[in-house]
Write a protein that binds this ligand. Sequence first.
Ligand code: WT7
Length: 650
Amino acid sequence: MSTSSIESVLTETRSFPPPPTFSAHARVKSLAEYEQLDRRADEDPEGFWAEVASELHWSKKWDRVLDWKLPDAKWFLGGRLNVSVNCVDRHAASTRRNKAAIIFEGEPGDSRVITYGQLQREVCKAANALAALGVKAGDFVAIYMPMVPEAAVAMLACTRLGAPHTIIFGGFSAEALADRIKDAKAKVVITADGGWRRGQIVPLKDNVDRAVEGSTVEKVVVLKRCSNEVKWTSRDVWWHDVVDKASGKHEAQAFDSEHPLFSLYTSGTTGKPKGIVHTTGGYLVGATYTTKLVFDLRDEDVFWCTADIGWVTGHSYVVYGPLANGATVMMYEGAPNQPGPDRFWEIIEKWGVTVFYTAPTAIRAFMKWGDQWPAKHDLSSLRLLGSVGEPINPEAWMWYRKQIGGDRCPIVDTWWQTETGGIMISPLPGATPTKPGSATRPLPGIAADVVHKDGTPCKPNEGGFLVIKKPWPSMLRTIFGDHDRFAKTYFGEVQGCYFAGDGARKDQDGYFWIMGRVDDVINVAGHRLSTMEVESALVSHPKVAEAAVVGRPDELKGQAIVAFVTPRSGMKADDALAKELREHVATQIGALARPEEIRFADALPKTRSGKIMRRLLREVASGSTARGDTTTLEDQGVLETLAQSFAQDE
Ligand code: WT7
């Protein structure tokens, strides 16, 4: 065994109890308290969730907590509420009126502080403006914006009107944007002229122009952010013309608890992304509860989740969860290394950030950039760190704890998905001893387990499918426009359970170790992509006959995309074509999907029934690059076996 693998085994068995000073003030102070909550939720789930839900403001209380007929859950039936009232108005009407709701830092160095009182005025103006443009309850609004306060204002304004939003990450291309706008049948698009990223302007409005041609879109609202030149049509209106001039007063209407709140596209195992639909009451209960418990949120906190609002993490932990809790949210527009590799640490020092939540891929990049960058800054305001999006390797965990957390801050490694709406498995920072690389135990109210394909529980340390056995309020309700696919994908694999693609094992202490996806979904830098989606993009190129895409382990991104391509006959398989294909994928989907490597092959390995043998390709693609960590290697083996049993029954 090499020294590094011995180290990682030792690290895995290490456990870090919550610091006593942290526990003393925490909402949940000990493992015993956690277990008591967990038992209470297990014995009386409806009573438990009703208690959690009563912390929100309901215009009309629910008649029934839950209606569950697998796979359909309805929560808080008959209850009515407005999300923007819960996230903004009730704080603006309290002593939090002049408290900062959003602290914004733009990439070029501009900054703004927006209080709850001001946020209320802005949200009301935007709601009035959207209503004047014809947006009504039930109409879909697409949002394609940079990370600026107006993005949160746009989201909240939609919820105020009961108009579900669908946010498309600014890194997606015009083509990907067009597909999503079309699928959602969006009536209005809210965008900006551009957004700042690494000193460059991302031409958001140009992309929208191309995406809305021949679509259902009636109006495009454009925020002026970069003052770059944009084309203009009669469809377009400036944000400052319609929003700034609108009235700052707006009477919010309450909506049914099951009214759709938003849909968010995520990759599945086919080429077509799925619009995951979340509803008003259940989602807000989940986002509010998990933010409060996992981040142990209090009024003095400055909470910074670095995710973009284009991902579910940005929905739940930049906007809805923290604002529903009346917290101060830090929002940053740009890249972590602009102008220098210490931009994040500079922001933490400047604004006194107390809770910091980011992704392992970012942490690994910081490690690579060097310890001198965080060391330049006073990070003593931090009291809690979080990780999300992919498994965090123990080395990165240890670095994060020491270099960013000063060996003082607990780390919460949070497992969840777009579909779950909120965090499902995570330590409670004042209660749960942590083990580097484990998301530890399910939150009270979440019935997670590791099982075999037939639903029987796995033995300790035996790899299996990660499932949720009981409904929870913030679970997805459907895939937009395809309820059958919803039922099949999430409830058709493991008898009676929700299953969404991850393999895991539970150790002797009941701690969950997530091993990664067992389906054809890959996780690149914490972003979910389907191998089929990238394959469809490749075969849409006239020079490609066939393509197979796999993920291989990558030091920085977790997984990197490798594409095996068979060119059409007569086409020259050279570097120029490889470059052309990589760019083609970026135009079809977005830069995040650009293959790291293209390998040309005369033919792809297939089974007799014509299925591409991905396992073989994965082995070829990984070569000798597997990470020097025995536990990871073992996991890879279990994962392969699980993936095979998953594929066989398809
Ligand atoms: C997939 C969900 C959760 C919001 C961001 C990503 C992986 C997520 C962890 C974690 C190990 C994780 C899973 C999951 N994942 N968090 N803490 N440890 N894996 O949301 O795009 O819906 O992706 O991300 O594989 O299924 P998403």
